[in-house]
Design a protein around this ligand. Structure first.
Ligand code: FES
Length: 146
């Protein structure tokens, strides 16, 4: 039998600009019950798909948007890390240039439902939902400046 799947609304799909990324600071409940900061970013690709990643560079663990707040390379075609300038394929998260070639930014599982981008596959700490009501009122999401 399949376990219940927790799904969390993160943002409206239309709030994301095509070709842009948005960062979210969440809290994740780990398997041992501890709560940890969980920083992710979501990209609306040029093909109008949504992809999401944990905001941790696979090279040395920096936020990708460290420094100038940007997620994209100068030409806008790849994700990039502000620390040592690794560049990553937008749709796969694979590093294609820089000091961690072939390493991958950890993806997060997203679904788009009723116009909302939703996160699944993890347990978030803000979730206090008891099956019945007020799904929309229980989320608290902070957005990184920039
Ligand atoms: S920490 Fe991202 S490229 Fe070094």
């Amino acid at each position: 039998m399949q376990a219940d799947l927790d799904i969390y609304v993160i943002c409206a799909f239309e709030s994301l600009e095509r070709g842009q990324a948005m960062a979210f600071s969440l809290s994740r409940v780990m398997d041992d019950g501890a709560t940890r900061p969980f920083s992710i970013f979501i990209v609306r690709t040029e093909k109008d798909q949504c992809v999401g990643y944990v905001n941790v560079c696979p090279h040395k663990g920096a936020w990708l948007n460290i420094g100038d707040g940007k997620f994209f390379s100068e030409d806008g075609r790849r994700l990039r890390c502000g620390r040592h300038k690794s560049e990553f394929d937008v749709e796969t998260g694979v590093c294609v240039k820089g000091p961690c070639v072939d390493k991958v930014i950890e993806p997060v599982a997203l679904v788009v439902m009723d116009g909302d981008v939703c996160l699944c596959g993890v347990k978030l700490a803000e979730e206090e939902i008891s099956d019945d009501d007020e799904l929309d009122e229980t989320m608290e999401i902070m957005i990184h400046p920039g």
